[in-house]
Design a protein around this ligand. Sequence first.
Ligand code: PLP
Length: 347
Amino acid sequence: VRQASKAHGISPSTVFQAYYLLENQGLISARPRSGYFVRDNASRILDEPHVALQQQAPSDVAVSELVFSVLGSLRDNDTVPFGSAFPSPELFPLARLATSMTRGLRQLSSHAVISDMTTGHPDLCRQIAQRYMVNGMQLPTEELVITNGAMEALNLGLQCVTQPGDLVAIEAPAFYATLQVLERLKLRAVEIPVHPREGIDLEVLENRLETLPIKACWFMSHLHNPLGASLSDARKAELYALLCRHQLPMLEDDVYAELYFDQRAEVSPPQPVKALDVEGLVMHCGSFSKCLAPGYRVGWISAGRHTREISRLKLMTTISPSLPAQVALADYLQHGGYDRHLRKLRL
Ligand SMILES: Cc1ncc(COP(=O)(O)O)c(C=O)c1O
């Protein structure tokens, strides 16, 4: 109560009034001499969002004006950014990352400043591939392209497999920037409804693939933004079978993978669809923006059969990812205690 009163500049009695209200709604409970806590079943008390209404026909996308006006309002300190997907900056080990950047740059030969302008610093690629390996997925370092955040990875991936006017299957609702990428590349959207717990409706997807000339799809197979839904392993396998049957490239946006948690220690993190990808159809995109280093703008794409084309697109657009940011992250992943940081972040 004291903390909330200080943080929001309101009196303790106002905080109590707010907490009594939340307690009456069954969302929080008081523990003697400890404070107020969110109840375990709070999420079940809130109404589940409705599944989006099915939009049958492909549509043009024009959302930029609306998106820019909403993003503009985030700069207003009086607005609480519920739509912002960034955890509080205080939760990130920024000082430790700065140490890693200094150390990494000191160790870099002067020649490397030019010669390491590639589509990915080898040390960072190795560290990323190792993390996947520990979680049970083989990701060859040669298939990794480091990008300017996941956003560049997703842009390059979609650009690589489509032409203006093509149809792309996306989730409804989708992360707003997905819509902006489609708008920029002049692609048409085929909306696939997402169930708030079970994820993308595969039956609708199958029907659309049979009736429309869809050229690519862009999905979040787990920890969907904005609904939080995840596909079960069985549904991921069904989705992959559909991709293979239609030889459909899929962009897998997995930026929240490291924020997964389960209080049962024996439960291992869910595998992305990429883990099933023997045919190289899945372009799997990740990022450090949400879990470690916002603002460093470091993400990646593991692009299967499209790797060469994506490396070329990367060279033709932004040439190389920032070397200092990559060096800092490679050093941090090796020495900085990333797993300890993630355990704290997930609590
Ligand atoms: C679902 C989703 N994908 C991609 C991104 C972009 O990630 P990055 O900041 O690494 O470009 C975001 C950021 O909000 C996101 O929420």
